[in-house]
Design a protein around this ligand. Structure first.
Ligand code: ADP
Length: 154
């Protein structure tokens, strides 16, 4: 059984993240969504609330689990028995960042990373864009996940 850890801040979890999970479910038996808690960056980090909202989204999908973590990703991956890290790549900036993280995780933890390219219709979606639009009172429902669309689908 292959288990992938999909780690991230997910602040918030978007349709782009949802698409990576749906496509990941075609490649792996189980996906653990690891919500990183970063109290160093934000003392009021509400990772538990974010994780609870994501868990609700996947309540009917037994192959997806959601956990908050605040240790190194390689240590968390080992603790939960994940074989690989799953990540998404939208552009060259993501690519360089992901390549570097993947190198580090392989070097320090022997952990491999599988990156999926963002779907063309999701490539512009980012958590920071959603936060920015929300701050100005804009409707962000197009970017946030829809409960009906959570499994591997087609
Ligand atoms: P982090 O803070 O660790 O970068 P994020 O929550 O921003 O975490 O993103 C988690 C992962 O999802 C990253 O690999 C990121 O590149 C990927 N991702 C974010 N948005 C999208 C999207 N629209 N399509 C595909 N992958 C995405």
């Amino acid at each position: 059984m292959k288990t992938a850890l999909f780690p991230g801040s997910f602040n918030p979890f978007t349709r782009g993240h949802q698409d990576i999970v749906a496509r990941g479910l075609r490649l792996f038996d189980r996906i653990i969504i690891g919500v990183g808690r970063n109290t160093a960056k934000n003392p009021h980090d509400n990772a538990d609330e974010r994780a609870a909202a994501i868990a609700e989204l996947y309540a009917a999908e037994p192959r997806v689990a959601v956990q908050v973590y605040d240790v190194l990703t390689v240590d968390f991956a080992r603790a939960v028995g994940a074989d690989v890290v799953l990540r998404g790549v939208r552009n060259t900036a993501d690519f360089e960042y992901e390549r570097q993280m993947a190198d580090v995780n392989r070097l320090i933890g022997g952990l491999e990373t599988v990156c999926l390219f963002a779907a063309p219709d999701k490539v512009e979606i980012s958590s920071s864009l959603v936060r920015e639009l929300q701050a100005f009172g804009k409707d962000v429902s197009d970017y946030l996940p829809s409960a009906g669309d959570v499994s591997a689908g087609d």
